[in-house]
Design a protein around this ligand. Sequence first.
Ligand SMILES: [Zn+2]
Length: 372
Amino acid sequence: MIKSFFVSLLLACMIFSTPSLAGGKHDFSFKVSRGDAFYKFFYSAGLSGKLLTKLMTSDESAQRLNNIYPGDEFRIILNENHSLKQIIFNPANDNPLFIYYDGKRFSFEKSNKQPVGDVSFTVITINKSLNYDAKKAGVDAEVIKMMVDNFSWEIDFSRDLRKGDKFVLSWENEKTPSAMIYISGRKTIALFSHKDSLGRKKYYSANGETLNDSFKFAPAKYNRISSSFSLRRYHPTLKTYRPHRGTDFAAPSGTPVYAPAKGLVKYVATLSGYGNVIYLKHGSEYVTVYAHLSKFAKGLKSGERVKKGELIGYVGTTGMSTGPHLHYEIRINGVHKDAEKVKLNKKSIVPNAEMAGFQKRAKRILSELNIK
Ligand SMILES: [Zn+2]
């Protein structure tokens, strides 16, 4: 009883003790050490116990200030009359809390962007999906699409993402991030922005290459193109005019077929028209199709990643076909394109002259984010 009275008295003294003189300073920064409490910092800035009580009872967000840990940081900013203007609470392992005071009431703002040196960053922790969790973290749709377009060359968003995987975006005063980093228990993929000579921003891994791959024109050695892409072609088997939404490469049965770019095996099947067919997905936009194969490469199965130039199957004449050839399709966002004419994006590389600067910047961003 007596003991608890003294504890209460002690607390009351601490809360209502008179403010110390803070001199001419208007901006105070504090780092939390073991045993620290928020009120200590509040008083160190020359603010009163009465104001502290008002702050702590103003909004439930203020309760966050009761749970501080070593490494957390505070900034307390006063106006020219030495009255409280703003408190920035920057916890080591959480998003920052901004508290504003207009002389009458407090307002609270929780930010998804964490200030770190010159760089601020957003952490997206996967709970449901990238789209859902990134939106929740305040990332706009354009940036989410950019993340998908880039990372899809290495990550299959429908299969590879796990709960708890993280995406970190770093920002340096531009609408799009200066770096995008995927971190999971299995791998880390870090991409850094770099502008080409025309000012176009692209994302490169630390070795200076974009994640997307350039496509080789033909996936197999061939004698001739026996049938080009056409929206109206006389079909020799069906004896009618039908679109031919692919390119036929005539080649002997058994000729190896290689992936023209790195990708993901989406589908391996035997269909009545296509015969033995493989669908490869490259990034978020490209799908390529290989039909009438005599057989598949040993062990090839859907969900597997293939490298550029990796054997996937052999030319044949299975399905609706009049002779050995490879029927090859390129689809971009679901639309069939003429392989002989389409211009596909190429892998970009940071020019030699800019490489040292690019890599230095990449290293700085990683160290500011404390990622190895
Ligand atoms: Zn064909």
